[in-house]
Design a protein around this ligand. Structure first.
Ligand SMILES: Nc1ncnc2c1ncn2[C@@H]1O[C@H](COP(=O)(O)OP(=O)(O)OP(=O)(O)O)[C@@H](O)[C@H]1O
Ligand SMILES: [Mg+2]
Length: 287
């Protein structure tokens, strides 16, 4: 297996999460947290250009954690330091500014793309909220470049979501997430809603983007073979907590926690998927 790019040593963490908690439901008397502790004392750091995967069974809290990082849901307590600054304490106006650095791609590209907007409009949308990022006159060229980066032909700018395959729609969602030049992409099951036949296009684009743009990813997935391919480190989440974190190969070849062992045992064929992908230097982006 080809080695993933390793983060530069001693670089300060781009993102550092400390003791994050999020519970749902009203706490009972004498309790600080509600009955469902979806994120339970989670801490980790993410370096520039690094890909951290979060794996764990359904309901373990992966999406809630992702949404808490972006303040789409409000944390109960903890810190989310982006370049040393706690984004959980920012005002809404300050958060709007910061949000351009952290973007999210959701599982279902149908739900996340407005059906009556064409791709040009969809990709431009972030610039309506952050007009100072890019001058109007430079936007058409940037749209073409973004389409090229997700391996879609330029004429796709005129298409609507229902004229595209799921894989193409998801690549449009990725292009839109890139419009503000974020440093971190949070990918919540980005290919699990797609046919296996188109998953590879999206994964290939994600790999290429990471190498070209040095993006950091938080990659949430049930697919351990993909995790092994993409991630440089893995966090195993169980009932809201990170029960094991480590370099990808260590987690896969020498899991310590019982739950990690169970997870790996239920995922046969882990070694086969990587043969379907090529590293960026071998890839030709089609237009
Ligand atoms: N808005 C909410 N209100 C109440 N409970 C919630 C809410 N969102 C999530 N939960 C609960 O929090 C826990 C974690 O859910 P979450 O969606 O984060 O899990 P997940 O790991 O993303 O699961 P999956 O793999 O199925 O996507 C679950 O018990 C869920 O029922
Ligand atoms: Mg989820």
């Amino acid at each position: 297996m080809t080695k993933r790019p390793q983060p530069v040593e001693n670089s300060p963490p781009l993102l550092e999460v400390r003791k994050l908690y999020k519970s749902f439901g009203t706490p009972r008397r004498g309790e600080k947290l509600g009955p469902i502790i979806a994120v339970n004392d989670v801490s980790f750091s993410l370096a520039s250009g690094e890909c951290m995967a979060i794996v764990g069974e359904s309901g373990s809290g992966k999406s809630t954690l992702a949404r808490t990082l972006l303040r789409l849901v409000t944390a109960d307590s903890g810190e989310v330091l982006y370049r040393g600054k706690d984004i959980l304490t920012l005002s809404n106006a300050e958060m709007r500014v910061q949000r351009r650095n952290l973007q999210m791609v959701f599982q279902d590209p149908y739900a996340s793309l407005h059906p009556r907007q064409n791709v040009r409009r969809l990709i431009s949308e972030p610039w309506y909220i952050h007009p100072d990022v890019l001058e109007r006159s430079n936007r058409p060229a940037r749209i073409s470049q973004l389409l090229e980066q997700v391996n879609l032909p330029e004429h796709f700018a005129d298409l609507y979501p229902n004229q595209m395959s799921g894989g193409q729609r998801q690549r449009v969602a990725i292009a839109r997430a890139l419009a503000l030049e974020p440093e971190i992409l949070i990918l919540d099951e980005p290919v699990s809603a797609l046919d296996v036949s188109v998953q590879a296009q999206v994964i290939q684009v994600l790999m290429t983007l990471q190498e070209r743009l040095g993006l950091a990813y938080i990659f949430i997935s049930h697919d351990l073979a993909l995790v092994r391919l993409l991630a440089s480190k893995v966090a195993v989440m169980y009932r809201g907590a990170f029960v094991e974190t480590g370099p990808t190969e260590q987690i896969f070849s020498n899991p310590k926690h019982e739950y990690t062992k169970t997870l790996l045992a239920s995922s046969p064929g882990l070694n086969q998927v990587s043969a379907n992908y090529k590293r960026v230097e071998q890839v030709t982006l089609r237009n």
